[in-house]
Design a protein around this ligand. Structure first.
Ligand code: IMP
Length: 224
């Protein structure tokens, strides 16, 4: 068995990842480790934030006495990149509407979507291209005696191309889903629902790369 700590408190993510990676993994989330350090997501890239979250835990864990062993940390960061806005909201996706407040808090999805529509008000359909991006950072937890030096982190990047609609549509999902029309569909992620989204989403694609690595090297309780 391979024990993985997910750097999230989101139980929905645990289920999604567990379903994709298979039964040879046992997952914990930060809900089971309330003393884990908080990481400030202030990097200027998804890879930077995911790496920062993974590194923080890889360095903290060897000094803890745990009920269950942890072999790997899996952290993720994701968001929306809109071409007409030079890649914004990007790493600021969760707090787009309140980005000028500098209080670090996230904004309600409705406010983020309203701001996006306002900024794109004069942008025609063919220039409203965008993508969701997800970067996963997988860190190996070394025993305390071997935890000196730079920890080993592997990154996996998944994208889902599409465009931003002129008004929100659909009831499913979260975040920018009501405005995002994935390429090849005339309906938003919020209309298409979880079954379709989980096949083509940025997160599913990043996880698929990770799954391929796991399938190659998971003998002896190790991914690499
Ligand atoms: P996080 O990486 O889960 O914290 O997501 C950052 C932000 O990006 C979210 O708060 C959403 O605004 C946006 N986002 C990330 N993934 C999705 C998605 O699948 N659908 C809609 N919005 C998303």
């Amino acid at each position: 068995m391979i024990h993985v700590l997910l750097a999230t408190r989101n139980e929905h993510k645990r289920q999604e990842i567990a379903a994709l990676l298979g039964p040879q993994f046992i997952f914990q989330t930060l809900n089971e480790l309330p003393a884990a350090p908080q990481v400030i997501e202030d990097a200027d890239s998804f890879a930077g934030n995911a790496t920062k979250k993974a590194l923080g835990l890889v360095r903290w864990l060897p000094n803890q006495s745990l009920d269950q062993p942890i072999n790997y940390i899996l952290a993720d960061d994701s968001g929306l990149e809109v071409d007409a806005l030079g890649g914004a909201p990007g790493v600021h996706s969760a707090r787009f509407a309140a980005i000028d407040r500098h209080d670090g808090g996230n904004s309600p999805d409705l406010d983020n979507n309203a701001k996006l529509l306002r900024l794109l008000a004069n942008v025609p359909a063919e220039q409203r291209t965008a993508r969701f991006r997800c970067v996963l950072a997988l860190g190996r937890v070394a025993p305390q005696s071997a935890s000196q030096g730079r920890p080993e982190i592997q990154l996996f990047d998944g994208t889902c191309e599409g465009r931003i609609d002129f008004a929100p549509r659909g009831q499913n999902g979260f975040g920018y889903d009501p405005l995002f029309l994935p390429t090849g569909f005339d309906r938003s992620f919020a209309e298409l629902g979880e079954a379709v989204k989980n096949k083509i989403s940025h997160r599913a694609r990043a996880l698929e790369q990770l799954r391929a690595i796991c399938a190659r090297g998971n003998s002896g309780g190790r991914i690499w």
